[in-house]
Design a binder for this molecule. Structure first.
Ligand code: ADP
Length: 638
């Protein structure tokens, strides 16, 4: 999926989301607004209708007044005017005299010019009845009995309005506007009137005021419906339409009533006393809201479209195009492996940083690649000359080995000769100084004895050192020979202890013995085993100032284990590995407090190992050390 397509998709999603939100939230908000707006509109319209209706009725009053003042109408000569007092439908015939015809013409002209006037007429005290148009059925009729006549007569000098009444021939509701004809004496001699059809009048007014709603309701103060969309409702009580809301409707001057599928906005006419209402279907509100929402959504879609186009164009120029170029270049590098290609740095901001980083990366890879190639070339050269080099090195090694071996041989020979040469005079020194010390060559004074004693001790120490050096060099040269015999370890150990006891006694150090006489024999060199024990015992005595030395020997499985334990200075953990190496002493340098060569332990270990055994050590500084010599037990017939 390309970036461009993804951005487009994102816009589409946002668009759908916005439309869903607008479409979901807007209608409920608009609904209330629209209802208020329609109510306001309807009230304004009702005011217009009221104004027009009142005006119309007022105008009709003037017209009737004007008619009543017309000299033709006012004539007293009415004896020959049409009368239906004794009329019969079968025999009646109109015979209109010219003065009456003149009045009829006047009435007709007026009715024709006022379409919502359904009838113009005049009744006389003599029972005559003149109408603009002939009556449809000329039945017996006395105007003086009619309500309009009696009303007019009761209010001489006024133009009055009758209660609404149902027309005899049409389903219309009419009202009559009437006034009495009064002579100079104040005697009423007739009544002139005009009827106004309310249903047609109201619908005419509605159409004139161009109301969107349409269906009107006109109700008199008694609650009688005077005009309604449905003719069947005429003259019925308003309760039939409004139910229990009709008292509210009749008692308030202005308001809104909510019915099932519509609402009624109404207003009482101050001039007429009638209440005029207009029904507004809820559908109309819904329709208006839908229209508004549709328009808003249309604009939103258009706006989003525009935004998408501009953003895409901007993105294309600023991001997508430079990115696509970078992608192309990096792909080309990946496919061709050509790291020397130049990466152009364009764009700004993050894109520029990206291309700079890519360029730096490619340069680094190129440098590394060059290094790798060079290393490879060198490696190849080495490989090609490997055999030669190996042969050369082998030759060097053989030469070095030969040299080392000859040096080693020389060293051993030197040591053997030197030790022999040294031992002979030393033995003489020890022998003769011993003879002298024994007083065999005459008595010695104390000072001489002391000096000679020191010579004797030093010579003996030197001899021991030389013996040790000789031993270790022989062992290392592989020329050391051991005797092989069954050796009773307890006996050898006891003898060694006896040897060091005088030294221990000198220091006041007890040597405790726990030697199992049945510990058994081992196969080895008796003298060398004794040497090992002596070495360990003398170390124990040497490095212990107080406490004791405990010597034990027992059989453990197929081994004879001898342990020499002391309560001396102990050996630090880090020194333990070192003490078995030749010439290694834990304390070195000028601070050394204990005598020794540093060869004893290394010789002992090697000797023990040559006999198939091993030496173990456990020690803690300040608490003491335990050395264990483990030698394989001798079995009969070994
Ligand atoms: P040396 O002749 O110096 O005693 P060894 O090889 O016998 O040489 O011992 C090497 C070193 O090991 C000694 O110098 C001493 O520091 C340490 N050592 C050996 N035995 C003991 C011991 N029982 N207690 C403490 N230190 C010991």
């Amino acid at each position: 999926m390309t970036l461009r397509f993804r951005v487009l998709l994102l816009y589409l999603l946002i668009g759908v989301l916005v439309i869903v939100i607008v479409g979901g939230l807007l209608p409920s908000t608009l609904q209330a607004q629209q209802r208020d707006a329609v109510t306001r509109e309807s009230l304004v319209q009702l005011r217009h209708i009221d104004y027009a209706l009142s005006g119309f009725v007022e105008e009709a009053r003037y017209d009737v007044l004007e008619l009543s003042m017309n000299p033709l109408v006012r004539t007293r000569d009415d004896a020959r005017f049409t009368s239906f007092l004794n009329a019969s439908e079968a025999t009646f015939e109109y015979t209109v005299t010219p003065p009456e015809q003149a009045i009829v013409d006047l009435f007709r002209a007026y009715q024709r010019s006022h379409p919502y006037v359904s009838s113009v007429y005049m009744g006389r005290e003599n029972g005559a009845f003149v109408r603009a148009y002939p009556r449809a059925r000329p039945t017996e009729y006395d105007p003086r009995d009619r309500p309009w006549y009696q009303l007019g007569k009761a209010h001489p000098g006024e133009v009055v309005k009758t209660d609404p009444y149902r027309a005899v021939t049409t389903p219309d509701v009419n009202i009559g506007i009437v006034t009495a004809l009064v002579d100079e004496d104040g005697t009423v001699y007739g009544v002139v009137g005009a009827d106004i059809t309310l249903v047609n009048l109201t619908s005419y007014l509605v159409s004139v005021s161009r109301a969107s709603a349409g269906e009107m309701l006109l109700v008199d103060p008694n609650g009688t419906i005077l005009a309604a969309g449905d003719p069947a409702l005429l003259f019925s009580d308003v309760g039939a339409v409004l139910g229990d809301q009709s008292p509210t409707f009749l008692e308030t001057d202005e308001g809104v009533l909510y019915l099932d599928d519509r609402f009624l906005v109404y207003r009482r006419s101050p001039a007429l006393g009638w209440t005029i209402g207009t029904f507004v279907p809820f559908d109309l509100i819904g329709q208006r809201v839908n229209e508004a929402v549709r328009t808003v959504i249309l604009f939103v879609v258009f706006g989003l479209g525009l935004l998408a186009v501009f953003t895409l164009a901007g993105l294309d120029h600023l991001v997508i195009h430079p990115l696509a170029r970078l992608t192309r270049e990096s792909r080309r590098i990946a496919e061709t492996g050509d790291l020397d290609q130049e990466i152009e740095v364009t764009g700004s901001g993050e894109i520029a940083v990206l291309s700079r980083s890519l360029r730096a990366m490619v340069e680094t890879i190129a440098t590394m690649e060059r290094g790798r190639r060079q290393a490879l070339a060198e490696l190849r050269a080495y490989r090609d000359h490997l055999e030669e080099t190996v042969a050369e090195r082998t030759r060097d090694l053989a030469r070095a080995k030969e040299q080392a071996e000859s040096a080693d041989r020389l060293k051993s020979a030197f040591l053997a000769t030197m030790s022999h040469e040294l031992r002979t005079p030393l033995n003489s020194i020890i022998g003769f100084s011993g003879i002298l010390l024994q007083g065999l060559a005459g008595p010695l004074n104390p000072e001489q004895r002391k000096q000679l004693g020191m010579v004797h001790d030093s010579a003996q120490h030197l001899l021991a050192l030389i013996n040790d050096v000789l031993d270790i060099s022989k062992i290392e040269a592989g020329e050391f020979r051991l005797a092989g015999e069954p050796v009773p370890v307890p006996a050898v150990l006891t003898k060694a202890v006896a040897t060091v006891r005088p030294l221990a006694d000198e220091k006041g150090l007890p040597i405790e013995m726990a030697v199992d006489p049945a510990a058994g024999e081992v196969w080895g060199d008796r003298r060398r085993i004794e040497q090992v024990f002596l070495n360990l015992l003398s170390n124990a005595v040497k490095f212990t100032e107080q406490g004791h030395v405990r010597v034990a020997c027992a059989r453990e499985g197929d081994r004879v284990v001898t342990s020499i334990q002391d309560t001396g200075i102990g050996i630090a953990e880090e020194d333990l590995a070192r003490i078995f190496q030749p010439f290694s002493q834990v304390e070195t340098g000028l601070t050394r407090r204990y005598e020794g060569t540093g060869l004893g332990l290394s010789i002992s270990k090697r000797l023990t190992e040559m006999m198939g055994g091993t030496i173990e050590v456990e020690s803690r500084v300040g608490r003491g050390s335990t050395f264990r010599v483990l030698l394989p037990a001798y079995r009969e017939g070994q």
